[in-house]
Design a binder for this molecule. Structure first.
Ligand SMILES: C[S@@+](CC[C@H](N)C(=O)[O-])C[C@H]1O[C@@H](n2cnc3c(N)ncnc32)[C@H](O)[C@@H]1O
Length: 205
């Protein structure tokens, strides 16, 4: 899979290692045998590409949500600010145009449906059961928990919950994704499937 998309992967900004990307692809391919999936946090489309390629294999749909204004740590002056993503005309981050380029270059426009909004707003009227949910939006505790609470009820039995940036050791990274990962486990509703670097994979019982 990686070979076919290697040039686009290299050209796309994002936070997914090749091993984690392969994991996204593998679980997307498995899940999509049973229906559509959803990503929170499209950014420029790197993780979307890995997931979308898996969903395309089974002619299924991947929804991907992002307001495209960047997370807290991606704003000017913050650790992950990227000036290339800043639109001077509106004085804001705009990653939507990068996502569209990635989807077009990877021929994924028949598979991936971008939704430009805050995830909690979309969740208000969501009625489509999901076979896979990938959470990689805002990494504040409140937002990560909101994503978990709003979206995990949409997962079907044996559906996959994937969470990025799991750092059990606080000195290695922020704790919000690890917090919802543990919340999922403690709920008794999920079982651990795999951990690929910082990508946690759980399955709904
Ligand atoms: C860490 S980046 C995602 C990286 C991407 N998954 C990748 O690996 O290439 C987080 C993204 O979540 C988006 N985001 C933050 N809070 C959000 C919210 N409440 N609803 C939708 N998107 C949100 C930001 O705009 C940002 O693009």
């Amino acid at each position: 899979m990686i070979k076919k998309y290697q040039t686009i992967i290299n050209e796309t900004k994002g936070f997914m290692s090749p091993e984690e990307g392969q994991g996204l692809y593998d679980f997307a391919q498995k899940a999509s045998q049973r229906g559509p999936g959803l990503e929170i946090g499209s950014y420029c489309g790197k993780s979307t590409l890995f997931l979308g390629a898996g969903f395309q294999k089974n002619n299924e749909i991947l929804f991907t949500i992002d307001h495209h204004r960047g997370s807290e740590e991606q704003q000017p002056g913050e650790e992950y600010f990227d000036p290339d993503l800043f639109d001077d005309r509106i004085n804001k981050i705009d990653t939507l145009r990068f996502l569209r380029t990635t989807l077009e270059n990877a021929s994924l426009e028949d598979t991936v449906i971008p939704i430009v909004s805050r995830s909690e707003v979309v969740a208000k009227s969501w009625r489509t059961p999901l076979t896979l949910l990938f959470i990689d939006g805002s990494h504040t505790f409140d937002s990560a928990e909101t994503d978990y609470l709003c979206w995990t009820p949409q997962l079907i039995e044996n559906g996959y919950l994937l969470i990025h940036d799991i750092f059990p050791d606080p000195s290695q990274g922020g704790q919000a994704p690890f917090h919802i990962y543990q919340k999922a486990l403690n709920s008794g509703l999920f079982q651990e499937v795999a951990m690929i670097q910082t990508l946690g994979i759980l399955k709904r019982r």
